[in-house]
Write a protein that binds this ligand. Structure first.
Ligand SMILES: NC(=O)c1ccc[n+]([C@@H]2O[C@H](COP(=O)([O-])OP(=O)(O)OC[C@H]3O[C@@H](n4cnc5c(N)ncnc54)[C@H](O)[C@@H]3O)[C@@H](O)[C@H]2O)c1
Length: 346
C-alpha cells in the first residue's frame, strides 16, 4: 500500500510526507516546486528516507493520470494548490486553473484509472464567505460571537467570496459530487489556519509564521520600521498545528467508510483560538519585545471570527487536535529562527 501527496513539497504536504516516510510507508511526492521553499522541503525530505519524487503539475491531465496509475496506491492527499486569497485577486485565472482544473484533473484520473482510491482534499474556511450571520461582539483584543459556543459547523451556508474562495469552494464541491455521483471515496477537510515547521510563510499567507518572523526580526533590530497588519488585529482563528493536520488526514483515510462524501470543519478548537493582537501579546511576553505595527485596510471578505466546530470530525474520524497553541507557537518560533543564518538565543 502506498500514498500519493500532491503538493508534497509544500508546508502541509512535506509534513505529511515526513510522517509517512518515517513510518516506513511507500510515498510518492508530486509537486511542481512553484512555491518558494518547496525545493528546500524536497531536500529536507530526501534527508529523512527514500520516496519517489514526481516533478509534475496538476494542471496537466496526463501527468495526473500517470501519478494515480501506480500499482498499490491506497490514498491521495490532494494538497497542491494556489493558496493565497491576495494572489488570487492578482491572477484569478491562474488561481482557477491550479485549484479547480488541477482538482478536476485528479478526480477524472481517479475516476478513469483508480476508482478505489481514497482522495482527501484540503479545502478552506473561505467556502463560508465572510460569515456575516455571526452576531459578533467586539472585545478589547478579539471578536467573539454572542451565541456560537462550539464554533462554526458544516451547516454554515456556503458563500464563495474572492477568486480563492470560488476556486477552493468549486473543488470542494466537485470532491463531494464525485462521491455522490460517481461513487468515489472522496473526503473534504476545511481548514483556516494551519501553522508549524516547514512553512515558508509570507505576507500573503501563513499569518502565524509570518508574525513569528516579524517578532524575531524585531528582537534582532528593535528600531526597525513597523510591519503591517490588515484590519484591526482582532480577527480570530483557531490554530491547528500541522502535526494535528497530518493526524487528521490519516484519520480521514483510515475512516473512509464513514467519511466518504463528507466535508469536515477542522481546526484547533476554541481553546486554541487567537486574534492577531493576542498573538502579538504572546510574542511580546515570550521574547521581551514590543511589536510595532501599522494598520492597513481589511482584506477582502476577511472573516472576523472563524473557529471550527470539530464535533463531526471527532465523531466520524475519531480525531481531536492535541497540540496547544503555546506549544505550537514555540515550535513555530524555533522553525523561523532556524531559517536565519545566525539564529538568536531566546
Ligand atoms: N496552510 C493553511 O493554513 C491552509 C489553510 C486552509 C487550506 N489550506 C490548503 O491546504 C493545502 C496545502 O497548503 P500549504 O499551506 O501546504 O501550501 P503550500 O503552498 O506550502 O503547498 C502547496 C504546494 O503545492 C505546490 N503546487 C502549487 N501548484 C501546483 C500545481 N499546479 N501542481 C503541482 N504542485 C503545485 C507548491 O509548489 C507547494 O509545494 C492547499 O490546498 C491550501 O489551500 C491550507
Amino acid at each position: 500500500m502506498s500514498y500519493l501527496i500532491t503538493g508534497g513539497c509544500g508546508f502541509v504536504g512535506s509534513n505529511m510526507a515526513a510522517y509517512l516516510i518515517r513510518k516506513g510507508e511507500t510515498v510518492t511526492v508530486l509537486d511542481n516546486l512553484s512555491r518558494d521553499g518547496a525545493f528546500a522541503n524536497l531536500t529536507w525530505l530526501r534527508s529523512l528516507g527514500s520516496f519517489l519524487f514526481v516533478h509534475a503539475d496538476t494542471r496537466n491531465p496526463f501527468e495526473m493520470e500517470e501519478a494515480v496509475r501506480q500499482p498499490g496506491l491506497r490514498a491521495v492527499f490532494h494538497l497542491a494548490g494556489q493558496v493565497a486569497m491576495t494572489t488570487s485577486l492578482r491572477s484569478p485565472r491562474r488561481d482557477f486553473e491550479i485549484n479547480v482544473l488541477g482538482s478536476i484533473n485528479l478526480l477524472e484520473a481517479v475516476r478513469a484509472y483508480a476508482p478505489m482510491l481514497t482522495v482527501v482534499y484540503a479545502s478552506s474556511n473561505k467556502v463560508y464567505g465572510n460569515l456575516g450571520f455571526l452576531d459578533l461582539v467586539e472585545g478589547d483584543t478579539r471578536y467573539h460571537p454572542r451565541d456560537v459556543r462550539q464554533g462554526v459547523d458544516e451547516s454554515a451556508p456556503l458563500e464563495f467570496h474572492t477568486p480563492y474562495g470560488c476556486s477552493k469552494g468549486a473543488a470542494d464541491q466537485y470532491m463531494l459530487d464525485y462521491a455522490r455521483g460517481f461513487g468515489l471515496d472522496t473526503v473534504v477537510l476545511r481548514h483556516s489556519t494551519i501553522y508549524g515547521g516547514r512553512q515558508f510563510a509570507t505576507f500573503d499567507q501563513g499569518w502565524v509564521g509570518w508574525f513569528c518572523q516579524q517578532a524575531i526580526e524585531t528582537m534582532r533590530q528593535p528600531e526597525r520600521p513597523p510591519f503591517t497588519i490588515s484590519g484591526d488585529g482582532k480577527q480570530v482563528r483557531d490554530l491547528l498545528h500541522v502535526s494535528d493536520a497530518v493526524a487528521c488526514y490519516m484519520a480521514a483515510a483510515e475512516h473512509i467508510d464513514a467519511a466518504r462524501g463528507h466535508a469536515f470543519n477542522i481546526g484547533g478548537a476554541a481553546e486554541n483560538s487567537m486574534s492577531l493582537i493576542e498573538l502579538f501579546q504572546f510574542l511580546e511576553a515570550r521574547l521581551g519585545i514590543k511589536m510595532n505595527y501599522e494598520r492597513l485596510p481589511w482584506r477582502q471578505s476577511d472573516q472576523k471570527y472563524f473557529v471550527a466546530d470539530n464535533a463531526k470530525a471527532s465523531k466520524l474520524l475519531a480525531w481531536k487536535p492535541q497540540v496547544t497553541k503555546q506549544a505550537g507557537i514555540e515550535a513555530t518560533l524555533e522553525w523561523e529562527n532556524s531559517k536565519l543564518a545566525t539564529p538568536l538565543h531566546f
